[in-house]
Design a protein around this ligand. Sequence first.
Ligand SMILES: C[S@@+](CC[C@H](N)C(=O)[O-])C[C@H]1O[C@@H](n2cnc3c(N)ncnc32)[C@H](O)[C@@H]1O
Length: 245
Amino acid sequence: MTIRKDNKGSSGRSYRGEGGLTSKVKKKRGLSASSRRWIERQINDPYVTEARSKGYRSRAALKLEQIDQKHGLFKPGQSVLDLGSAPGGWLQVTAERIGLNQGKGKLAGIDLLDVDPVSGTLIIKGDINDDEKLAELVAHIDGKADWVISDMAADTTGHRPTDHLRTTALLEMALDTALRVLVPGGGFLSKCFQGGAEIELLTVMRQSFDQVKHIKPDASRSESVEIYVLCTGFKGVPDDYLFAD
Ligand SMILES: C[S@@+](CC[C@H](N)C(=O)[O-])C[C@H]1O[C@@H](n2cnc3c(N)ncnc32)[C@H](O)[C@@H]1O
């Protein structure tokens, strides 16, 4: 568990980088064609450049920034749980929006991986399925959240149906967490990979919230099946809903 009062990572990394012209990665022994393509895409991606220029740790930060700009998610002083935080881009955006640096709001995040500190934020290394870790997170935000946001994604296997089921299981855990901790009127934002298995979860969302929208921010790659579900106006847990053990 780490709470730091400044904005630097423990590694002292600045996260700022430089943008660039279209670049090619030279053929090198040991680098597969797909790795080379991935690196070229990163180097030439304008959102990677924009994220770096804004000091964000991840390209993903821009997705949340765009969603917040368009849908007006956060207000100063709110309490937020961020699930699947590494490397911390969403935490950076949220901290700024809820005014953590001015002593407003509460923010806690969890990831299987290490996350460098974000000023005033509780970051736990662990699995969202671990009840003790969840209890620690929830205690930090005094037991209630205005928002639960989740960008959790499972490592891909390359087998699309398997990847879809694994990511949908994470969506289910994120929704289950939201239903436990949201205040009335609260909101839930989560990554969702379309493929069929998510339909039952969408039914629970529609029963629990006033509004459920599918959104695709510009920074989400068009070729990806990734979308985000944005649920607002938490009404309460459906009568027949069974919480995960
Ligand atoms: C796309 S990344 C999140 C990027 C992050 N929103 C950002 O802006 O930097 C997805 C993360 O979900 C995390 N994750 C996957 N399964 C998880 C689980 N069961 N509990 C906690 N985190 C998990 C992964 O470790 C990974 O770091």
